[in-house]
Design a protein. Structure first.
Length: 165
């Protein structure tokens, strides 16, 4: 079977479609209704970074999500407007602005994180030692393939020139 230039066996295709269809019905509605469904990938990554570090500056955010500083500033401004993050001044250097999770953002991230831990724990508890080892070996291969594709994309990206009149 060929889908948009990719060759895939009918058996694998049917399994993937089946898994997606089953999983959508297995996840509870409160997960689907969670506010994070409405956030962009970059906004979720910012939440993850804030979870890991508690407070970060705009440069750290831009580097972490691989966007220019002005793009990161726009994303954080939207999140601030929605009450998910706050800008604060550093106690050590008042010139430095730090980004922290607002109470609303903490609560929403905590709910999502607890659900992820719940399902992750339940899934891993059902695996044998060998299955866990196999899972992580497979995930390492997935990372390798995605990393190779990302590097290939980076090589082929062309610089867009804008004519200024």
């Amino acid at each position: 079977m060929k889908i948009e230039g990719f060759e895939i066996s009918e058996d694998i295709y049917q399994k993937i479609i089946g898994y997606i269809d089953e999983i959508k019905n297995l996840l509870s509605s409160d997960i689907w209704e969670n506010i994070f469904v409405n956030l962009s990938k970059n906004e979720i990554l910012i939440f993850w970074l804030l979870y890991l570090k508690q407070r970060v500056n705009m440069t750290e955010i831009a580097e972490y999500i691989h966007v220019p500083l002005n793009t990161a500033t726009g994303i954080v401004s939207r999140m601030e407007k929605d009450g998910l993050v706050e800008r604060t001044r550093s106690a050590e250097d008042k010139r430095v602005v730090l980004i922290v999770q607002a109470e609303k953002g903490k609560q929403q991230f905590q709910k999502l994180f607890v659900k992820m831990l719940h399902y992750g724990t339940r899934i891993f508890d059902s695996f044998s030692e060998n299955e866990i080892d196999l899972f992580f070996k497979m995930m390492d291969k997935v990372k390798t393939v995605l990393k190779e594709d990302r590097q290939e994309e980076t090589k082929t990206k062309k610089v867009r020139k804008i004519t200024i009149e």
